[in-house]
Design a protein around this ligand. Structure first.
Ligand code: CTP
Length: 405
């Protein structure tokens, strides 16, 4: 981060206080921060604290003659290595999506030729409003990078998606954005006109009305793949098990609980051009689900399990088989051999193999190996959303090559 120049646009939301910590951390890493505050931001934190922590003056006025003489707004937006918007309010996202420029912050966002990273923060209803979802979807398509929002308690007393990511997560996303150019990873809309079905998250198999068999899948990788496919222009249906993630913007999400429900939802979503099975589907379900809560007794209950349907195999064998079928292989040992065996056994075209240690499950980074009948590619460890973009770019090329044949 040494010497990197961050243009930090601070929007007006209660999460603005977290930005002070972000500025402190950026400065600790020797990045320089040029802060811009909207009028509303100044209602939440003072320009004086922002200026003191950043060691820079705060820009806030589009029509300041002295500012324009020292540094014009175009120059301000171009001199940066990265533009960060935090908190990115619903209003700022809307302005950015529609190209409005009625104050310094929005003018800079429209004038910049640099990458923009936004950290949304708003009430859950505002985040879920169709207007915001449309704006987020078009921003993603334009290549704007997102960090968060997270699901959790909100300042307004509600619970849901819309909390701004913590400063540490925003910092990691900034480092990542500075390191790699994701616009290059996914140029244009290579999946325009295609239909893609993605599964994600765990499934839960009930034992009794309160208890279930589950697994530790967070759904982060599968959801990122669905979002990346949407960014590539595809019409995406995401069939998700229970996760603590917001539905990705621009994607139709079907919520399911069990493997049987997942299979039904996937079958209903076919036909498709591509099926990507990223879910950690439970292999077994309980044969006799208790109608009432099991009570402690003299003997611990013995659960009899029966095998669940294999969603991936069903789709691969269905008469409506999509042209490209992608499975994931979560392994704890013999990664490549086991994954290669799954490629053949499940009849898919690509297997994304990952070693599922503690440093992958629920984390933001992943290291995967891509296995096809033609060979094996080991990809470096990177953020899960970058794995998703790289995977979608890779799959788009496979589709293209397939069509050319
Ligand atoms: N899968 C599926 N339905 C199942 C089980 C797995 O669709 N009932 C899919 C997963 O989404 C993944 C792939 O199959 O794309 C491999 O999943 P994984 O859990 O690694 O393998 P399993 O088939 O469960 O085999 P094992 O548990 O023996 O490793």
């Amino acid at each position: 981060m040494k010497g990197k120049r961050i243009l930090l646009v601070i929007g007006g939301g209660i999460a603005a206080y977290k930005v002070l910590e972000l500025i402190r951390r950026l400065r600790e890493q020797d990045a320089s921060v040029s802060p811009v505050m909207t009028k509303a931001a100044k209602e939440f934190i003072t320009p004086l604290s922002v200026a003191s922590l950043s060691g820079n003056r705060v820009f806030d006025d589009l029509f300041s003659l002295t500012d324009e003489m020292e540094i014009g707004h175009i120059e301000l937006s171009r001199a940066a290595d990265l533009v960060v918007v935090a908190p990115a309010t619903a209003d700022l996202l809307a302005k950015l999506a529609h190209g409005l420029a009625d104050d310094l912050a929005s003018t800079l966002l429209l004038a910049t030729d640099k990458k923009i990273l936004v950290a949304p923060a708003m009430n859950v209803r505002m985040w879920e409003n169709p207007a915001t979802r449309r704006n987020v979807a078009s921003l993603r398509r334009d290549g704007v990078l997102f960090v968060g929002p997270e699901v959790g308690d909100m300042a307004c007393g509600e619970y849901g998606a819309g909390r701004m990511s913590e400063p540490a997560a925003i910092l990691a996303a900034i480092e990542d954005a500075l390191r790699s150019d994701t616009r290059i990873a996914l140029p244009g809309q290579p999946l325009a006109g295609r239909r893609v079905v993605v599964t994600s998250g765990p499934t839960r198999e009930p034992i009794d009305p309160l208890r279930y068999l589950g697994n530790a899948s967070s759904g982060k990788q599968g959801h990122a793949v669905a979002a990346a496919a949407a960014r590539a222009g595809a019409e995406v249906v995401l069939v998700s098990g229970p996760v603590a993630l917001p539905d990705p913007a621009g994607v139709r999400t079907r919520h399911v609980t069990t493997a049987t429900e997942m299979l039904a939802a996937v079958e209903a979503a076919l036909p498709a051009d591509m099926f990507i099975a990223a879910a950690a589907v439970a292999d077994w379900r309980v044969a006799d689900v208790a109608a009432q809560k099991l009570k402690k007794g003299a003997q611990a209950p013995v659960l009899r399990l029966v095998e669940n349907p294999d969603v991936l195999t069903h789709v691969a064998q269905s008469p409506a088989r999509p042209r490209l079928i992608v499975g994931f292989a979560a392994e704890t040992e013999n990664l490549i051999d086991n994954a290669r065996a799954k490629l053949a056994a499940k009849g898919c075209d690509v297997i994304v193999a990952n070693d599922v240690g503690e440093d992958v499950l629920g984390q933001d980074e992943n290291q995967v190996t891509i296995i096809t009948r033609a060979g094996t590619e080991i990809w470096p460890r990177m953020r899960k959303d970058h794995v998703a973009l790289k995977l979608v770019a890779y799959l788009s090329k496979l589709m293209e090559a397939d069509r050319a044949r």
